[in-house]
Design a protein around this ligand. Sequence first.
Ligand SMILES: Cc1ncc(COP(=O)(O)O)c(C=O)c1O
Length: 471
Amino acid sequence: MRAHEAGALHAEGYRGPAWLSTPSDVNALAPSLWAGSVGRGGDGVLTVGGVSATELAREHGTPAYVIDEDDFRTRAKAFRLAYGAAFGGLAGADVYYAGKAFLCTEIVRWIDADGLRLDVCTGGELAVAQRAGLPGERIGMHGNNKSVAEIRAALEYGVGRIVIDSFEEIERVSRVAAELGIVAPVLVRVTVGVEAHTHEFIATAHEDQKFGLSLAGGQAFEAARRITARPQTLRLLGLHSHIGSQIFDVAGFEVSARRVLGLHARVTTELGVELPELDLGGGFGISYTTEHDPLTPELLAAGMAEIVERECRAGAMAIPRISIEPGRAIAGPSTLTLYEVGTVKTVDLDGGASRFYVSVDGGMSDNVRTALYAANYSCTVAGRLSAAAPVLARVVGKHCESGDIVVMDEFLPSDVAPGDLIAVPATGAYCRSLSSQYNHTPRPPVVAVREGGSRIIVRRETIEDILALDV
Ligand SMILES: Cc1ncc(COP(=O)(O)O)c(C=O)c1O
């Protein structure tokens, strides 16, 4: 059981987590946390894409997700270029943007124009890609429980790969392919016994989780055998492994690549099939706060290329074409959420301590990551500069849950007041896509900014939208 969400920190003299220090200038923006175009104008107001936060709030209301188009696209292209360069002398590489991080048709158009591919994991995400006109062969479909209807929709659209996640799915995909008279290109998702999160990874013999087929238990090899036994309906392109999220070093990929390439070699020799591809998944970390220090795409790509080349040479096997699936590392840093402060409150705690609560007009409905994973975020007062002293604050939402926390700990100016704008960086991944209508709260819009202009790419929901579902 989890403790009361705020309870564990209700201690006297609490100064926030170790990585958070009192800022000498409470208005300063740590560049690593914000999209490339974010700064403060001459009047001190935060600007993004050349548009001021006050103007964005006036025109689009709050809360609003504000995405810096150039930042998103620069990161997407950086992955494509870095992996293209690192694997260029080998068998090449493809970058699949993981649409689960954040997806809408405009995002699909960007990744299409910038030469990426797309990883979808439901029929809904596939429908977005279709609406945007992304060619089927540039789409990979994931999911641990794809329905027959989803598999049919994917195969009818001609997706380039379906990632098989269970024995049942082999039968299902094979049956649908037979009905359609096609050979379905598939990968097998392998659990390699490596679990990587944040700064550490662990390598275990077996994993207790729902995704993939176990390497150690033999199910992954058996899946490959069953697939290659159905050449009329299935074509095994290769293996897939995704080891976690918020990964900051290549050590976990090294172990997983070695293990999955071992299976790759076994499939090649024992089943007599060449596997032209290998997918090493996503999970590359980003800076939510100053505690994080992500690797660049160049360093990641170079590290992975070295591992793949070394393992393939050692096993005397042909080097497969590599794919990766970054979501967060492309979408996350591109976006900030703009809120308006509604109330502020100092709450007395035991032992004479107190906590400064700042309530904003959104919360866990637009960013559930703090409540779901105890994620840390940063924030700043966006609409003005302040000369007031920094005070450790907790930014909370407007929902009926004490765990409705947006930013656990951040220093804000002590004069923060109702009507102030608050900007939270790095909300581009798993915020809009995990959003809800909790408390019948309409979801915020997604506003794209670039070169001094803003435009809505996902409109704000209305109460009418919500009521329209209520029959
Ligand atoms: C199979 C797979 N690929 C890619 C991703 C994207 O991960 P991230 O957004 O951390 O890069 C995920 C995330 O859950 C995943 O499950």
